[in-house]
Ligand binder design. Sequence first.
Ligand code: B12
Length: 254
Amino acid sequence: MSETQVLRPYGDTTGDGMVQVSFTLPVPLDKRAEGAAIQLATKMGIDPAMVVHAKQMGEGFTFFVVYGRVHHLVDMAQVVVAERDYPLLGAKEINGLIRQRMRRKLSVVGACIGTDAHTVGIDAILNVKGIAGEKGLEYYREFKVVNLGAQVTVPDLVEWARAERADAVLVSQVVTQRDTHLDNTRQMSAAFREAFPAERRPLLVVGGPRFDELATGELGVDRIFGRGTTPREVASYLVHSLITNRSHGSERAA
Ligand code: B12
């Protein structure tokens, strides 16, 4: 199938280059504030730029939506993303592979680390109720899931992983202020590398809505999952990495 290589954004008519952006400026809402929003948008390459929505957000802050034209092109040939490189399996296949090949349950320990208390994401992946019509990993008979919940320290996570003989550790990081999600993840991966010999280290998986899925090497983790992840994707990845395409910890005792 041929794919259009070079694209422009679409607003009113195909290829017209129209985009919409939103941001907040630390100024009260008035005419000058709108002028400031247009100046910023113009400097961002949106020209002409129109303020289509402006709303004061508390005292001294205004939220803007700006609509306008950009002249940039998107070259599809230059797009780099982390594509799924493992097959998406059903619950029956997943349970069957774990039972036949591991001959024991696949042990998973999950948590939100640092001060992060946003547990909805990790719960969606781990708890039976799941998300988007899919059940979480607890639903799979061959997974043993320990969900430690919010604000778990890295040393506690390491100890739990050891006690549970975790095959995989699943960490969620939602708060990104001052890059805490990156710092916490690096700290976590360093601690696991220190605590376990390479062949016994659990698979390290991190997830959250604002991660760059391509940053695994930089963060020292085996996989990163972003927004909209479903439990089945995670279960399929774990089976792929630990069983069907096992390269991680290949000498680890089964
Ligand atoms: C609910 C919520 C809360 C609840 C959390 C309740 C709970 N038990 O989780 C409460 C009210 C406690 C809360 C508090 C705070 N919050 Co809040 N919160 C949210 C909100 C509205 C929704 C988050 C959510 O539940 N999303 C739904 C889940 C399903 O999506 P998800 O987390 O992305 O998870 C999916 C994927 O990312 C992925 N995934 C996530 N984790 C993992 C892990 C693994 C291993 C895998 C495989 C996949 C995976 O899979 C999930 C399913 O698809 C967001 C705004 C928003 N709309 O996103 C703000 C938001 C995250 N909160 C924010 C802030 C600032 C805070 C507070 C600091 C506010 C304050 N000043 O007190 C506190 C911090 C508390 C703390 N110590 O962490 C900011 C963060 C900004 C930033 N840049 O970091 C946001 C973005 C709001 C905003 N726009 O300002 N919050």
